[in-house]
Design a protein around this ligand. Sequence first.
Ligand code: SF4
Length: 432
Amino acid sequence: MNVYDSARMAELLAQIGFDRAALVKDADLVILNTCHIREKAAEKVFSELGKIRAVKAHKARRGETMLIAVAGCVAQAEGDEIRRRAPFVDLVFGPQTYHRLPELVARALQADGRGVVDTSFPEEPKFDHLPQARTEQGVTAFLTVQEGCDKFCTFCVVPYTRGAEYSRPIAQILDEARRLLTLGARELTLLGQNVNAYHGEGSDGREWGLGDLVRALAEIPGLDRIRYTTSHPRDIDEGLIAAHRDVPQLMPFLHLPAQSGSDHVLAAMNRRHTAADYQRIVERLRAARPDLALSTDLIVGFPGESDEDFQATIDLVGEIGFAQAFSFKYSPRPGTPAASAADQVPDPVKVERLAALQTLLARQQRDFNAACVGRILPVLLEKPGRHQGQLVGRSPYLQSVHLAAAADRVGDLVSALISGAGQNSLSAMVAA
Ligand code: SF4
């Protein structure tokens, strides 16, 4: 989502005469658009700010002005701390106020080093104030349809930094989708912190869920592929499952965070579902779309996680079989309930559990990739590869596929015979 937000910021700044600079030293304004999900996110921001400060000082000696801004979720969570520890930062704003960027930059220029902070949650939806996408898109583009989260998982900062769940109006989303296609996109990934909580008033007067939105998008000529991320198991409804069954443009690949296979840990995480619920959801999805491949997020060493709890995670992974996964050691996020839980798991235990889990996940990914060899898969060609005469595209299951093809075939959807499989990618030859 930060990629999407950064693109919107660039368009807002273009309205007041800014252009992209290739190097920090050439910039009049540097924005660090930050993510709070990462471990030690704030420390990384301060370390990066130290480097940019040196550039700012160098430019000042030459009589040139440079503004430094910190945006995104670290700014939202730690705005005052940033100004205190890094008073050379001119502008701090959160994910919900970046539509005010032109005004904020004007204020920062007049503030004479005193700094401007805007981490409010405005009444007006920012999407009503963003300019339309104007820059040429790659073959795949992001489209935010939903933002924020009301789930309050006990390890997560998102509800505090992105705010309450908000769904964009359907007409606005369809307009933006058409525009992204005219700018070159052929695949759209619908974004939301909790994307399948999407709801909006449909053209038929009904409340539409994500499944209805996917169906409406699939009617736009030229949109070959639709994906969405990130989903919550509780919000997978019949409409979305039916869309997976009926809409060929909706890719048979779903990122569905499980987080843990232990009901005890899931309850402590406030995930509001059990491991059996997760399995039942996957069964229903696979009944609707038998070739559906899954990816997931998993946390090991959550406070209170016992050996039995961890084994339950291993069991769930073994039963589901994931094509890809992101797995992490639990690390506390300041201000979240789990951060102050008494029963933290020692780091060496986390390290051991993560290694065991990742060994299993890597094997599943390798096996999934190997099972594709010999199949003909549709591949959307996205960009040049590392080698001369090579292009890289994506399979329906989001695997990177490397194949020999002329550069002008970027943007083509080709049938590719998969000839080889590695841990993270496939090799292929164009079959048609
Ligand atoms: S559903 Fe996702 S975004 Fe929302 S609180 Fe839980 S982990 Fe965070």
